[in-house]
Design a protein around this ligand. Structure first.
Ligand code: FAD
Length: 431
């Protein structure tokens, strides 16, 4: 008999709660990854995240082979894959880590029902966050919808001894199915090709954390951790990162990690916010949704240099600095009166660190429609933002080489007029 450990958004062998629990079970563990057709079917053939996942899995497969085992990799729908595996192996339990997204919740319900019929157990663990679901709620049991009290309760509940314990697996890696020929798939088998965009390593040295407050707001500096994709795909453990933040006593960096969990619990409690405004009346905003305007924004040809630099950074590298994300999102929703869902979808396609909960949460923040959102009348001024955050135009020049030439486009809208139009439109819609 075997126990299956199903890797999903936790692509690492060490300090992985579910994998650790599986390795401590009675039966040898068969490590599994499924390239889920339901997700992959919607992605472009050179999607950079698929390349990243694929490369990380090959590394894990090599490490597992050093222990006489391997990683079984399949491409298909989880339902079909599990039907096949349970007919091929004698499976006692399937073990995996929690995933809080609506699709993943449905998928787990489907798989657990299928397994139950075959008398196979399905066990799941918390791994990708410190606190999940209902662990941080108000005293009356309601979820927090404002960040600061959530963060305070999070910190008050947190104990270093209890919540950032490391789940070392190196001692138990021999409890694996000894079988080095488990199925593999290649990118081309799945209709994908290697992307030119690579996910950079993360940078969480004591200095980065210590300097974080001073550097994090300036897009020309490499002042942030670049942890996004690593937390998203689990190539790093969140417990280790929180431990580092605490060791350096950097509250700001720590609080960013709490923002991530804040939006995850929002998505868990309010799954409808994926495509509905959290504050319902904001769904009455009559978006202009001008397609030609949207194209200019996407291409970084709005005539507002910081907006354009951000969009070009996104298009070329799969990353955009947080400061600039806030600006381009505000510009799309307010200056252009384009539905935040359009922007959210474009970011989802391009961002290496795309995370449904954070992306929706932050887009709704920018549109004014979300939990703890910026008030609708807060409209970023795309010119003064340059003075504040890219005074020497270093970031702009890096991404918009024609910035100082006649080739640079005219402003697509006048700031003052667009601002007034946005104020008027929003005011009418929500009152
Ligand atoms: P750091 O500044 O080093 O922060 C460390 C980590 O804290 C991040 O990796 C992230 O996990 C978390 N974090 C930081 N800020 C936020 C935040 N505002 N909300 C949630 N978590 C945060 N972040 C994503 O991870 N995925 C997204 O899809 C995403 N979409 C966004 C869309 C918009 C419109 C905006 C304004 C922000 C978005 N963010 C998103 C938040 C933030 O911009 C990125 O997390 C950050 O820029 C990633 O760079 P970093 O890893 O160097 O971050």
């Amino acid at each position: 008999k075997v126990n299956i450990f199903w890797f999903r958004r936790d692509l690492r062998l060490d300090d992985n709660v579910g994998f650790y629990k599986a390795l401590h079970g009675k039966h040898p563990v068969l490590p599994l990854f499924i390239f889920d057709e339901n997700i992959l079917g919607e992605l472009p053939e050179d999607d950079a995240r698929v390349t990243f996942i694929f490369d990380e899995l090959q590394k894990m497969r090599n490490q597992l082979q050093e222990h006489g085992s391997s990683l079984a990799m399949y491409h298909g729908t989880p339902k079909k894959v599990f039907e096949n595996i349970i007919s091929e192996f004698e499976v006692q339990n399937v073990i995996t880590n929690h995933d809080y997204e609506p699709y993943a919740k449905d998928r787990d319900a489907e798989i657990s029902a299928l397994l139950e019929k075959k008398d196979v157990g399905f066990f799941t663990y918390k791994d990708q966050v410190i606190f999940e679901k209902d662990e941080i709620v108000k005293n009356d049991g309601d979820p927090y919808v404002v960040y600061t009290p959530y963060m305070k309760k999070w910190k008050a509940t947190f104990s270093e001894d209890k919540h950032v314990k490391i789940y070392y697996t190196s001692q138990v890696l021999d409890n694996l199915v000894q079988h080095s020929l488990l199925p593999n798939v290649s990118l081309s088998d799945m209709g994908f090709k290697r992307s030119k965009i690579e996910v950079p390593d993360y940078d969480v040295t004591p200095t980065t954390i210590q300097e974080y407050e001073k550097t994090r707001n300036f897009p020309a500096q490499e002042g942030t951790s670049r942890l996004g994709p690593h937390l998203r795909f689990g190539t790093v453990s969140v417990r280790k990162m929180v431990k580092k933040a605490i060791a350096k006593k950097n509250e700001t960096f720590w609080e960013e990690l709490i923002w991530r969990e804040f939006f995850m619990q929002i998505l868990w409690h309010f799954p409808k916010t994926v495509d509905n405004a959290f504050r319902k009346k904001y769904d009455h905003v009559p978006w202009r949704n001008a397609k030609a305007d949207f194209e200019k924004w996407k291409e970084g040809k709005t005539g507002y240099p910081l907006v354009d630099a951000g969009m070009r950074q996104l298009n070329q590298s799969g990353y955009m600095h947080n400061r600039v994300r806030m600006l381009v999102a505000s510009f799309l929703c307010k200056h252009l009166l384009i539905d935040w869902r359009w922007g959210e979808a474009y970011f989802a396609e391009k961002l290496l660190d795309y995370e449904l909960s954070s992306n929706v949460g932050n887009w709704q923040w920018a549109a004014g429609s979300g939990v703890d959102a910026a008030p609708y009348f807060r409209i970023f001024n795309p010119t003064t933002q340059i003075e504040k955050f890219d005074k020497h135009h270093s970031y702009i020049k890096e991404w918009v080489p024609e910035f100082d030439t006649d080739d640079y486009p005219e402003k697509m809208v006048d700031h003052k007029e667009a601002r007034e139009r946005a104020l008027e439109t929003y005011k009418k819609a929500i009152n």
